[in-house]
Design a protein around this ligand. Structure first.
Ligand code: GCO
Length: 448
């Protein structure tokens, strides 16, 4: 019989979502436009020209979201606040009705025993700020600070866990280099690195806003994509993967300056003349200590030594299982993301802030969705997580990505990642087999 794997008492189990992906209500009650409203309305930018105008309509169905998590036995909810919903032009005037929505959501969470973990920025920049240069400009980081202060003043009597920025490398790279996410720009590396720098600055300012204005003891962290694994445990491959974490843009450009102070020299060498411009004061703000690191884990490169003191990527095995987004299923990423983050980035508290998979779901004759591939996926990644925790990794909680099938950026509604199926007509959230799996796992606080 397989060994049962217990999680520690008080372990945080939750689901994660993002405002633009779930809320809908894109013009409701005085909300301003975001870059995602603009981008998704341009024909050809998203799968099937899908957009988040309505999506799961959490703006009106938040009670159903909370009820779904309560049913699953969860004790936390990670959601994001839409900047243009609360500050339609990105700075200045606040929208009272927008702020009131999050009051209702937070209160509903607390009533259901869900600890709110609030992301301040999950990619929906107010369009008005993009019109003035968006993340290319330091002014956006400064505007973010004012927005963060507003949120902390308003909600910190009830919210104790904050993530100012979600996955900076992804929105910067996909939005300002590859052009496949909003705002759809294709900038030079110099500009892209400057956007990255400004997003880091915004995060640091967000952390400082929490420290300065929180009404109770609170914690902050970033939610960041972390996921490379070594090709083997040989000393050479281990050195190579560590170098990847330090010089690659995911680590060296983002986590290193936040957690260890200053850009890693391997990153600066790689960036050369395209390195961002920065002041000492910027670097101090960026290095403001966080209380935890949130790792978003899906899949990642497998790294080996290149024989010349560097690293190279090796492809996953041909027969690796893939999700419907073609992402390889690599549970080892979970183990290594946690182990290497702890080792390299000087962190003593971790959360898995996202983990999930898209598969093609079918409603069977009994009216249910038996998403057994997704259950298998979660089981294997949770096992890997548990193994890292057994070895001492300080992981305090886990958030599944995601609660309900929602709008997945440029993939639109083509890829499903929810543990609940969303009926887009009635708004009904129906548990899939994977939701039942979490319900069981959380109830027993153990796997197997
Ligand atoms: C994130 C993620 C999510 C996506 C998920 C599946 O950065 O937080 O991109 O928003 O929905 O990664 O694509």
């Amino acid at each position: 019989m397989a060994k049962t794997m217990k999680f520690p008492k008080g372990f945080v189990w939750g689901a994660a979502t993002a405002a633009y992906q779930n809320e809908g209500g894109w013009k409701a009650d005085g909300k301003g436009p975001s870059i995602w409203d603009t981008f998704s309305h341009i024909p050809g930018k998203t799968f099937n020209n899908d957009n988040g105008d309505i999506s799961c309509d959490s703006y009106h169905h938040y009670k159903d979201d909370v009820a779904a998590m309560k049913w699953a036995g969860m004790n936390a909810y990670r959601f994001s606040i839409s900047w243009p919903r609360v500050m339609p032009a990105g700075r200045g005037r606040v929208n009272a009705k927008g702020l009131a929505y999050y009051d209702r959501l937070i209160d509903e969470c607390l009533k259901a025993g869900l600890e709110p973990f609030v992301t301040m920025y999950h990619w929906d920049l107010p369009q008005a700020l993009e019109n003035k240069g968006g993340w290319r400009k330091k002014a956006t980081a400064l505007a973010f600070h004012d927005y963060a202060v507003e949120l902390v003043k308003r909600y910190s009597d009830r919210v104790r866990n904050w993530m100012p920025i979600n996955e900076a490398p992804i929105f910067v790279h996909a939005g300002y280099k590859a052009g496949i996410h909003a705002p759809g720009a294709k900038e030079s590396w110099k500009v892209v690195n400057q956007c990255a720098h400004n997003s880091l600055l915004a995060h640091g300012l967000g952390v400082r806003a929490v420290r300065a204005y929180a009404k109770q003891k609170s914690e902050t962290g970033i939610a960041h994509p972390v996921f490379a694994s070594p090709a083997s445990r040989s000393a050479a491959d281990m050195k190579a993967v560590e170098l990847w974490y330090q010089s690659d843009f995911l680590g060296g450009q983002f986590l290193w300056p936040m957690c260890n102070g200053g850009y890693h020299k391997a990153f600066l060498k790689r960036a050369g003349k395209d390195a961002p411009d920065f002041t000492d004061e910027d670097m101090e703000v960026i290095a403001t200590k966080n209380d935890f690191l949130g790792v978003n884990v899906y899949f990642g490169p497998i790294i080996a030594a290149d024989g010349k003191g560097g690293y190279k990527e090796v492809p996953p095995p041909d027969d690796v299982q893939r999700t419907s987004m073609h992402w390889p299923v690599l549970p080892d990423c979970m183990y290594w993301a946690v182990k290497l983050s702890e080792k390299l980035f000087n962190v003593d508290k971790l959360y898995v802030t996202e983990n999930g998979a898209s598969f093609v779901d079918t409603i069977l004759h009994d009216g249910k969705i038996h998403d057994l591939e997704r259950v298998k996926f979660f089981r294997s990644y949770l096992r890997a997580l548990h193994r890292a925790m057994q070895e001492g990794a300080p992981v305090k909680g886990y958030f599944v990505w995601t609660l309900c099938d929602n709008f997945d950026w440029n993939s639109g509604y083509g890829d499903k990642l929810g543990i609940f199926y969303t009926d887009m007509v009635t708004g009904n959230r129906q548990p899939k087999e994977s939701a039942r799996f979490f319900r069981e796992t959380i109830k027993k606080n153990r796997l197997g």
